[in-house]
Design a protein around this ligand. Sequence first.
Ligand SMILES: Cc1cc2nc3c(=O)[nH]c(=O)nc-3n(C[C@H](O)[C@H](O)[C@H](O)COP(=O)(O)OP(=O)(O)OC[C@H]3O[C@@H](n4cnc5c(N)ncnc54)[C@H](O)[C@@H]3O)c2cc1C
Length: 1008
Amino acid sequence: MAGALLEAARFDAARERKIDRTATRLIEAIRKSDDRLGGVEDMLREFALTTKEGLALMVLAEALLRVPDAPTADQFIEDKLGEGDFIHHETKSSAFLVNASAWALGVSARVIQPGETPQGTIGRLAKRLGAPAVRAATRQAMRLMGSHFVLGETIESALARAQSRAPTGNRYSFDMLGEGARTAADAERYFNAYQSAIAAIGRTVDGCPLPDRPGISVKLSALHPRFEAISHARVMNELLPKLIELARSAKNFDLNFTVDAEEADRLELSLDVIAAAFADPSLGGWDGFGLAIQAYQKRAADVIDYIDALARTLDRRMMVRLVKGAYWDTEIKRAQERGLDGYPVFTRKAMTDLNYIACVRKLLALRPRIFPQFATHNALTVATVLELAGEAGFEFQRLHGMGEALYEQLSEDRPRLAYRTYAPVGSHRDLLAYLVRRLLENGANSSFVALAADDAVPVASLLRRPADIIGSGEKAAHPNIPLPRDLFLPQRKNSRGIEFGDRRALGKLVAAVAAETRPVAATPLIDGVAASGTERQLFSPIDTTRAVGSVVEASPAQADAAIAAAGSAFWRWSMTAAETRAAALEKAAHLLESRAARFIALLQSEGGKTLDDALSEVREATDFCRYYAAQGRKLFDEGEAMPGPTGESNALYLRGRGVFVAISPWNFPLAIFLGQVTAALMAGNSVVAKPAEQTPLIAFEAIKLLHEAGVPTSVLHLVPGDGTIGAALVAHPQVAGVVFTGSTEVAQSINRTLAAKAGPIVPLIAETGGINAMIADATALPEQVADDVVTSAFRSAGQRCSALRLLFVQDDVADRMIEMIAGAARELKIGDPRDVATHIGPVIDREAKARLDQHIARMKKEARVHFAGTAPAGNYVAPHIFELASAGELTEEVFGPVLHVVRYSAERLDRVLRSIGNTGYGLTLGIHSRIDDMIEAVIEHLEVGNVYVNRNMIGAVVGVQPFGGHGLSGTGPKAGGPHYLARFATEQTVTINTAAAGGNAALLSGEE
Ligand SMILES: Cc1cc2nc3c(=O)[nH]c(=O)nc-3n(C[C@H](O)[C@H](O)[C@H](O)COP(=O)(O)OP(=O)(O)OC[C@H]3O[C@@H](n4cnc5c(N)ncnc54)[C@H](O)[C@@H]3O)c2cc1C
C-alpha cells in the first residue's frame, strides 16, 4: 500500500515549486500574524505541552468548571498551580487569550513563593487574596479560554456571532458539544439539541444553494448509549430512525448534514447506519447529506469507494469531509490492548499526509457526485490540494479558533475559494474536554500547527514532502511503535485478539466457536491415563437443562495415586533444562491460540462467559504460558553468580520444591487454572491440579493441551473433585507446596491444614477475594466514571475477584454521577452470552444465584435502590445499584453484579480511607480524580494490591499489571509478576573453592 501511495505522490518540478510558493506564503502569514495561528496555537506556544505549566493548565482546563464545591476546586487549583512555574512565566504573545489566562494564573500564582510546597500554597493565596478570589480568577481564565473556541453557548448566540463575522464564502458547520451518550436520557437530550439547532440554523439561511449553506455535524455516539459494533441490531433499530429524522429536518432547510467520523472500531457500524439513512427515500433530491472520512485510517480509500458506489447506486450526491483523524493515540493504544495483528491507522504522520493527498485525488475525480470538503490546518496540505483542485468544486474546512491566519491569507489571495468553519456550540463546561483533545492533537510535535508556531523550525522543513520523509515502502511503519503482537518483544509475543468492530474477523470467530460442539467427558488423569468412576453430568449455566459434558470425579485413592505419581516424576522434571520446560509452555501458548475457538466455546458453555470475556481469558492464559516461560528461562537457566573472595565461585540456584497442588476457581477456569499450573511446572515442580467442581471440562482440555505441548504425563495430573478432594490433597504428607485461588475462608482452612502437618513447613500461595472500592471525586469526568464503574462492577456478571463492590462518590456530584451510572447500567443487555450483543451472562450456578438474590432482597429493604434491572429466567442476576448510609454496612464480598454506593464529603476523605482499610481486604482499588495530591495520598494510605487511576479496575494483564492483594485478599506474590515463580522454588547456593586443588592460578597469573 505504501509503495503505491509513494508512487502516486509525485508532481513535476514546476508544480512542486508552485506548492512550495503557496505553502511558504501561508506559513509566513501564520508567523507574521500577531495572533499567530489562532487561539489554540497561541496557547501551545505559551504553555507547550512538554512543559509542566502546559500540562497543568490542560488538566485544569479540562476539569475545573465541572467542580461544584469550593474546597475541591481550591484543592484542584492548588494541585495544578503547584506543578508549574507560573510566576516566572513571561507572556510572549500579545494575544488577548493568552494574556488573559496567563494574567489570571499569574495573579494567582504570583503569591506562590519559590520553594513553597503546593500544600502551603493555598494557605498563602487565601491569606493574600482570599481563596474565593483565586478560584474566581482561575475559573474566569478557563471561561475565557472556552469562549475563544466555542462559537456560542447556545445555537442562537452562535448563529448571531457567525452572522456578524461571516465574510462571503465563509460557511459554518455547527457542532453540539458533549461527550457521547451513556444513557437513553443523554441520547434523547442530544437528539433534541440537534433538532432545535437544525431548526434554528434553518431559520437563518438565505437563498444561496448548497454547498454555500450552513450545516450541522452530528456524532452517532451522541445519539445512542451503546453505539458499538456488538450492539449492531439495536443501533439499526433505535439510532437509524433518529438519524433519518434529523437528516429530514436538515433536508427541509437544505443544509449540509455531516456525520462525524469516530473511532476505527465503529467505522463499519457507522457506514451501515449512514448507508441505510442515506438510502431512505424521504431524503431523495437533497445534496446535503455527508460524512467525514479519516485519512489516517488505512481503509480510507475503500471507504471513499464504498460511498461513491452508494451515491452512484442511488443516483444521489453526497458531501464528503476529508480529515486526517482525531483519535490517533487512542487507536494505537486500543490495538495494542486488543493484541491485533496490525494497526487500523498509519503509524507515521507522513503516511497519513500521503494518504490524505491520495484521498484528495480520489475525491476530486468523483466530482460532481461527491462534493469534497478538505478539513486541515496544514499549509502544505492546503497548498497541495490547491494545486490539485484549482479553486472551485470543493471547500476547505477549519475548526473555529484554529487556522485563522492561514485561512485569512488564503481568502485574501483567492477570494473565490470557499471555506467552512466547524463551530462548536455548548457550555464552556462541555467545551473544555473538547479543547483539551484539540490541544493534545495539535500540541504533538508531529503536528503542523505546533511546528508552524515554533520559529526555530525552518520553513523548509515544513515543506518537506511526506513522500520524501517516508522514502521507501519499507519505512512506512514507525520504527518505535511495535506491532501490537510485538509489544513485549524480545521477551515474549503478546497474545492474539481481534477487533469486534471488524465484522469479518468477528464473523469468523463466531462461526468457529459455534462449530465447537463436541462434548467433553472429563476424568482424572493420572500419568496421562483416564481413571474410571461414577460420571456426573454437567449442565450449562446458560441453560440449566443442557448437558455440556460429564466428569468422573476422583476418589481419595485416585488423589493419593496422583500425588504418588507426581512424586516419582519430580526429580527428573526438576533436573530437566529450564529451556525444555519453557519450550513446552511456549508450545502450549501456541496451541491455545490456534484452538482459541474450542476454548471459547467451552468457556461459554461451561462457564457462561460472554464472547469478549472468553476471548480475553484465552488471551490471559496464553500470556501466562509465555510470560512464565520467559521468566523461567531467566531464573532457572543458570545460577546467579554471587560476588565473593578470589579463589572461590559462588552461585545461587533456584530449583523445584516437589509436588505442588494447584486448586483453582470457576470464575477463570482456564486462565487462573493454567496460570497456577504453568508457574509451578516452570519452577521445576510436578503438579496435581484440582479444578473447581463447576468447571472440570475446561481443565481437562487444558491438561491434555499441556501434555500435547510436551509436559510429561508423569509430571502433570488432573484430579477433579469437590472441596473434600481438595482438602485431602492439601493434607497429603508428600505435598511440597499449595497454590490456591478462591475464598478467604478456604484459604484459611488450607493454611491451618498445612500448619498442622508434621514435617517440612509447606508454603501456601493464596489469592482470595476483596471488597474492592473506587473513589470518584468532583473533578472526575462523569462519563468516564460511568463507563469504568459499569465495566468494573457488572462485566462478567461481577464474578471477578477484582470487581468493584463499593463506590464512594463525592456528595457534591453524587446525584448526577449515580444517575448516569444507573442510566448506563440500564442499557446493558443481559442474557445468553453466545449472542455477541450480550453484555452480561449468567452467574455460575443456582447456589450463586440464590445467594445473590437473597442479598438483593435484603438490600432492597435496607438500602436506597438506584437501579434494579430485570433478568431472564435461569441463572441470571440483573445488575443492581444500592446506596448505603455507610460503608460498614457491606461486610462481605458479594460475588455478582451488585454495586454498593456511598456518598462522602470532600473534607472527610480520611473516613473513606479508614472504612476501606477496615474491610481488611486489599485487592483492587479505583480512583477517579484529576487531583494528583489526592491520588497520591490515597495510594500511600491504602495497602491495596492493584490500584487503577482514571480507568476501570478489572482485567489485569499478565506482566503488565501483576495481580494479587494483601491482607485478607491473599499472600502474594502477584500472579503474572516477576516475583511469582521464585515462590514456587527452593534456593540453593553452591560455593566452590576453586583454589582447593593447586592454588589460585587465576589470581597469581593476573597482570597489573
Ligand atoms: C472541520 C473539521 C472537522 C473535523 N471533523 C473530524 C471528524 O469528524 N473526525 C475526526 O476524527 N477528526 C475530525 N477533525 C479533526 C482532524 O482529524 C484533525 O484536526 C486533523 O487531523 C488535523 O490535521 P491537520 O492537517 O490540520 O494537521 P497535521 O498536523 O498535518 O496532521 C495531524 C494529524 O496527523 C495524524 N497523525 C499524527 N501523528 C501520526 C502518526 N504518528 N501516524 C499517523 N498519523 C499521525 C493525526 O490524524 C493528526 O490529527 C476535524 C477537523 C476539522 C478541521
